[in-house]
Design a protein around this ligand. Sequence first.
Ligand code: IFM
Length: 490
Amino acid sequence: MTATDERPAMPRVFPAGFVWGTATAAYQIEGAVDTDGRGPSIWDTFCRVPGAVARGESGEFACDHYHRWQEDVDLMKDLGAGAYRFSVAWPRVLPDGRGPVNRRGLDFYRRLVDALREGGIEPYVTLYHWDLPQALEDRGGWRVRGTAERFADYAEVMYEALGESVSNWITLNEPYCSSIVGYGEGRHAPGAKEGEGALAAAHHLLLGHGLAVTRLREMARPGQQIGVTLNMSPTVPVTSSPQDLQAARRMDLLVNRQFTEPLFGGAYAADMAETFGRISDLSFRRDGDLEIIGRPVDFLGVNYYYRLHVEAAPYDEPDPARRTAFDLGVRTVTPEHARTSGLGWVVEPEGLYETLVGLTSRYPDLPPVYITENGYGDDGALEDDGRIDYLRDHLAATRDAMEAGADVRGYFCWSLMDNFEWARGYSARFGIVHVDYDTQVRTPKASFHWMRDFITDPVVTAPVTARPATTAPVDILVAGTPRGERPVGD
Ligand code: IFM
């Protein structure tokens, strides 16, 4: 959408009770990696690998949120958001991933949750946002089934500690990234480049989710909600040729349907064996797993950043830089004249509309949806008009998808503040609050003030979201890598 757009711009109001929040993740903001008994995570280890993270940066200090959390809660109060999504660092609570609980680690989250609630901010707690305890990685990590069982134990520990005060629980954040990007492409911790290992990791993450849901359900009180967050990007086949359409479907499987089908469709995706046959025989699956994975949840968290344009490519990619353990005969491209973010990511709010409407039509039993992440990366300017435009247009897309039948209950902006952006280090900034990493001074950006006004009066006036200009059916939901760029989520 552009300012010159001819489409109508009638005001659309978000319903009362719609949840407004911001989101962060432990390793990206906390710092204090050696403090109060925290154990090492796979990201601490990965950041030490030469070349793994831009400029050799790490989350060692990050935003020092572990010590400055009160100031950060004050910022949220000033924003007027009624909710905050954050993640718990598993190794802060269970330094070895299992065994004795580190009370000092738990106390940190207790203090944070209490302050949020006192400030009228509802905590949405993510249990796993990529920082696996290194001790569990040393025992096989997500490649092995035991990690799924340890995850359920950890979920129980967290519920026992915070269950009185926290009503909204998210098991996993973006299992696609923790499995395929971390164990297949090696661009994220633990930096493995395996085919079978990555598919096994994806399966065991889902199993861990299902086991944790089961455990939390046994303890949860009425009204408490348990969900899972997936990153979703619809893919547009570059042409309507059968080759490009099939390429889009293969990527769709890798990134999206591998997760959504067993979670919400009651079956493993039908084309798993055919598509991944070159990589794995899927023998890590066991009878009964599917039922555990598919246990009903109360909501789906959707993280949306952009849509991807996919074309067929020869198998056995000749360019070693592009070759991965997942050669699916696909390539993603950035369309000419595309609107892009400060990081060069394609900006297409219609992709969010397509995601929400597509999921709703594909899965009749889809639970209510929260947009648990959506945001804009740039180099950190305080006058961040690009971010304001991005937020405005994606909020319009959300509201328009609701009009078309999607049951969306809340929106969490990524991110409250600039933070450690994984393999990109600190140069990519997504915050509505600027962080000076030398002084740790926080400065609200123009988008913070815009968001505060919007939350007070949540009326969308941007043009009605363009309907996707793709020939692809709405059930093609795919993510991948724009040509020459790193993919979403890193
Ligand atoms: O920073 C990440 C976050 O950790 C997961 N989702 C995507 C964000 C931006 O890349």
